[in-house]
Design a binder for this molecule. Structure first.
Ligand code: TRP
Ligand code: SF4
Length: 328
């Protein structure tokens, strides 16, 4: 087997710090050591967003440009769009035959989303089948390693289950891929919840230094620290969680400053905001450089589709053979 890596993002708007530390950074690093396949999961975007598809194209373009600006290099990895790979839905169909409804209904992300989203919208065949499509994304390129956020682990478990069931029914056809989690701590959003576009609490990678400072100032700090000379408790402060990412080397002295009331929260926040902005400066620069290149995303996706399509059809042929589909 080829030691391949695959990961996909739903095109749903600009990338933010949660994506970046959660696994985009990992993806950028993996391109120099592994054969990497990174795709825009536009079919997956339909599972919750099928009613309004007007932004799908624009979001896909933005995602590709954000990826390029963040350091994904189309010469070092393959960047493509899910809906350009026609073998994926056929593989999804076969996987749908072997997975049981119970396994899909038990999936924690399914149960959670059914609770959180409008049940009338997501009570569909496509939404229940989300992890089946994801398994096809992964196994169509024989990937063994899948860099993802922690929330995706149940989907990887289902992918392995599907591969196991398929292999035991029809003979060994697919590897059993593993997830690769980032070592970075969770990135809280400005309201203290997980950073997410839908919570409107995200610092997006393209935010200006000024916007970053304003957003960072919104975070709730240690609620017991009412006055400048109150001693702080960094372990309860969301800003301190971000310090763990951005000031890992000097984290102890930051804790001391806070506990000894040697620094005020505003000053502490502004210092963090400056560091975040400095860290994102190369991204913003590259992103601005390519923003005007209206043909770039299309070219990258076309080249990617050309590379992945033959690999995907080969896998599909192998699966069909194993299942004795299309033979007499
Ligand atoms: N479910 C993933 C997410 O919401 C996106 C995704 C679709 C994916 N297919 C994938 C991730 C295959 C990894 C591999 O983030
Ligand atoms: Fe949080 Fe910094 Fe204020 Fe301490 S000084 S409570 S770490 S913002």
């Amino acid at each position: 087997m080829k030691n391949r890596v695959v990961s996909g993002y739903r095109p749903s708007g600009r990338l933010h710090l949660g994506h970046y530390h959660g696994n985009l950074k990992n993806m950028v690093e993996l391109q120099s050591t592994h054969e990497c396949f990174f795709f825009v999961a536009d079919w997956h975007a339909l599972t919750t967003g099928y009613k309004d598809t007007s932004q799908l194209g624009a979001y896909t373009t933005e995602m590709v440009l954000d990826w390029l600006a963040a350091g994904l290099d189309p010469n070092a990895c393959t960047i493509y769009r899910q809906s350009d790979i026609g073998s994926i839905p056929e593989l999804t169909l076969y996987f749908g035959m072997v997975i049981t409804l119970g396994e899909l209904e038990r999936c924690p992300t399914y149960k959670e989303q059914l609770r959180e989203l409008d049940a009338r919208v997501v009570n569909t065949f496509g939404f229940l089948g989300y992890p089946v499509l994801q398994a096809a994304d992964i196994l169509i390129v024989d990937a063994e390693l899948v860099p993802v956020g922690e929330d995706q682990l149940p989907h990887l478990e289902l992918t392995r289950e599907i591969a196991r069931d398929f292999n035991s029914l029809y003979g060994r056809t697919f590897p059993e891929p593993k997830g690769l989690l980032s070592s970075a701590p969770k990135i809280p959003g400005t309201d203290g919840r997980k950073m997410s576009k839908s919570y409107e609490n995200a610092i997006v990678l393209d935010d200006s230094p000024d916007v970053i400072r304003k957003k960072v100032r919104k975070y709730i700090t240690d609620p017991a620290r009412m006055r400048r000379d109150d001693k702080g408790h960094p372990e309860v402060c969301t800003i301190f969680q971000l310090y763990r990412v951005y000031f890992a080397d000097t984290i102890d002295s930051v804790a001391n400053e806070c506990e000894g009331a040697l620094v005020g929260c505003t000053e502490c926040k502004d210092r963090l905001a400056e560091r975040i902005a400095a860290d994102l400066a190369p991204f913003r620069e590259r992103r601005a450089q390519i923003a005007g290149d209206t043909a770039l995303a299309g070219k990258v996706l076309a080249a990617g589709a050309e590379k992945v399509s033959p690999i995907a059809s080969e896998t599909l042929t192998r699966a069909r053979k194993a299942m004795k589909i299309g033979t007499l």
